[in-house]
Ligand binder design. Sequence first.
Ligand code: XLS
Ligand code: NI
Ligand code: NI
Length: 434
Amino acid sequence: MTNFFDGIAKIAYEGADSDNDFAFRHYNPDEVVLGKRMAEHLRFAVAYWHSFAWPGGDPFGGQTFERPWFGETMDHARLKADVAFEMFDILGVPFFCFHDADVRPEGASFAESLRNLNAITDHFAAKMEQSKTRLLWGTANLFSHRRFMSGAATNPDPEVFAWSAATVKACMDATHRLDGQNYVLWGGREGYETLLNTDLSREAEQAGRFLQMVVDYKHKIGFAGTILIEPKPQEPSKHQYDYDVATVYGFLKRFGLEGEVKVNVEQGHAILAGHSFEHELALAASLGLFGSIDMNRNDYQSGWDTDQFPDNVPEMARAYYEVLRAGGFTTGGTNFDAKLRRQSLDPADLILGHVGAMDVCARAFKAAAALWQDGALEAARAARYGGWDEPAAKAMLAEGTLATISARVLRDAINPAPRSGRQERLENLWNRFV
Ligand code: XLS
Ligand code: NI
Ligand code: NI
């Protein structure tokens, strides 16, 4: 036991009337909703990087946090892991996620970094024997170190491509060893700063080939998890290739990988791309790509990825409604890819950020589940398309041509009568549940 969270007990569900800061008001992991425990619906995960590796910097100032595990030795890395697992236990979170660079010190060579990663993977494996927390996903940090400044798989230098491939292999091995449910690829530097020095066709070919290698390796080692791409339109690159769900779908189709890879949709990234979160989730589900979510919001005034804990129940309810429509999570979950504000220095802040986020999500989920169970929204949606159940409409879609349809319009004197979309009625329905 470390003493980092001294005085903070395991968080329990106390109900909506509790005035204890260190309690859940809405998240009761064992409460059964739609036939399943809440814990199994929501599948919460802590993001190792923001909670344990991020020093509290912003573009105008550096480190504000002082943590006993900040430092580049294996002892620091082990202490960090010990504190992390203590937090997982205090929160009762079923999952965590990590990048290689979050958990191990960077070595002087690739071989040394790999040894460090493998040693920490052993340490995690030992901790997981005592802990209930599992690995939601692992990933490689192919964006922080200066070697990745011009991209990883899409780098003009083949040696960076090679380094990146070797790094992803190491991270997939670690994820597999820890029985991770997914493996994520987020390409913060897979994009460009200026078209003046960029060959788009070449970079896409490199990215496609790289992803094929990832998929091949997954099958070679028998990794049963899902490969996920996390879309983001920009930041840190001026333009990122995995712009949004639709763009990722086009990329996967182009390289024939649409049956192999799904998406990890992040709320803040959806907003940066000019979409709503629910749009990205609904589209992912409709394209058969829905995988997992990163549940962190942006400040709507700042225009960048501020990675804040969610605090908006109605917004989250729209998201979880789409998750339910998609059939719920299978290997995916709700990862809090969120960090504290840089003034939130105390160990308690780390706990309370997550407690609040879990409560917001739980409350939103319960509202969405009640509406889903009620069925009125789905009935209204189905009724709106009811005309397509008519035999003539079905036949038109299946075998109609412009000529046969035109003949039918003339013969039957078809003259469609406009009908209300009933948006306000549905908004009122929605608000009865949220
Ligand atoms: C950055 C991304 C990143 C991924 C994992 O904006 O959200 O944190 O989730 O590499
Ligand atoms: Ni993310
Ligand atoms: Ni992000």
